[in-house]
Design a protein around this ligand. Structure first.
Ligand SMILES: Cc1cc2nc3c(=O)[nH]c(=O)nc-3n(C[C@H](O)[C@H](O)[C@H](O)COP(=O)(O)O)c2cc1C
Length: 274
């Protein structure tokens, strides 16, 4: 049941919802009001475009009512601000030890979970280490696991640098994998959805950008991702990442101990116009 409801007092019968429905299942009835036939409901993508586009706020669907949506007029950041955010976000590798306020952490995840997903599946799962003590424990387990693989000569030639990271950790307690971040986020998604990897990467991209507007630093963490997903599957399991889930990526984050004064500079886009 998708609970498609039309408030007939508000509906102006403009047909915008019908025209914008990606599955084209909204039809205008004999009186000119939109409706969805029961046998068409399974084709609904649950995208809520009908709720979003209605100028009169007349459409509710899936139990969501238009009055609980954010109004869009004038609400987007201006282009210059967004450009500065995209150009100015940095990979943060130095963190304060404090944990994030749990409410802020939840807010970051709620916003990231609004990222688009293939066929609107919205099945990205966020595995979050919400306390620095948990990341420290994980770091210890990862370092021990990597040290064992190194001793056994089981690190692939292409991943041999992990042995060096372990020795630096053992000798100097310098953490080149998690970078002493207080938090870790892993996005995963069921392999059965149409675009699991892409869904995870887009969600993490949204997470990163929104986090940086809140003064929270992030780091796309390939080193943690490969270690947990490919080299040490027992750790992946202990983090509760199901075997039928594709490991999207890991991202470390927290309050930065570093502040950048300006953007870096890039060459123009590598655009090819055939
Ligand atoms: C997919 C991906 C994986 C990355 N993995 C790591 C990593 O494991 N460790 C790290 O220190 N940086 C990692 N980085 C950060 C890049 O090195 C960084 O983006 C690059 O040096 C440019 O710096 P900037 O992000 O501040 O512009 C990763 C970046 C991406 C996009």
């Amino acid at each position: 049941m998708i609970d498609f409801e039309v408030n007939r007092e508000r509906c102006t019968r403009c047909g915008s919802c019908s025209k914008d429905c990606p599955s084209r299942i909204i039809v205008m009835d004999d009186e000119g009001f939109p409706s969805i036939a029961a046998d068409k409901e399974p084709s609904c993508l649950r995208c809520e475009h009908c709720l979003a586009i209605c100028p009169a706020g007349a459409i509710s669907i899936l139990g969501f009512r238009p009055e609980n949506s954010l109004a869009l007029k004038g609400g987007f950041p201006d282009p210059k601000q967004l450009e500065t955010l995209i150009r100015g976000r940095r990979s943060v590798r130095r963190y304060l030890p404090d944990n994030l306020d749990p409410e802020l952490l939840q807010k970051l995840l709620d916003v990231a979970s609004c990222a688009p997903t293939g066929m609107n599946s919205h099945q990205v799962r966020f595995t979050v280490l919400d306390d620095r003590a948990k990341v420290l424990r994980l770091n210890q387990e990862v370092m021990e696991g990597l040290a064992r693989l190194d001793r056994e000569g089981a690190l692939l030639a292409s991943k041999g640098y992990y042995g060096r990271f372990v020795r630096i950790w053992e000798k100097h307690r310098v953490d080149l994998i998690f970078r002493d971040a207080p938090h870790l986020l892993i996005a995963s998604a069921p392999k059965s959805v149409s675009t699991p990897k892409e869904d995870c990467m887009i969600a993490l991209s949204f997470f990163e950008l929104f986090a940086q507007t809140q003064g929270i630093g992030t780091l796309w963490n390939g080193l943690a991702s490969w270690a947990i997903d490919q080299l040490l599957p027992e750790i992946r399991r202990s983090l509760g990442i199901a075997d039928d889930h594709m490991f999207g990526y890991a991202m470390t984050f927290g309050k930065p101990a570093v502040h950048y004064a300006r953007t870096v500079q890039h060459h123009p886009a590598n655009a090819y116009r055939p």
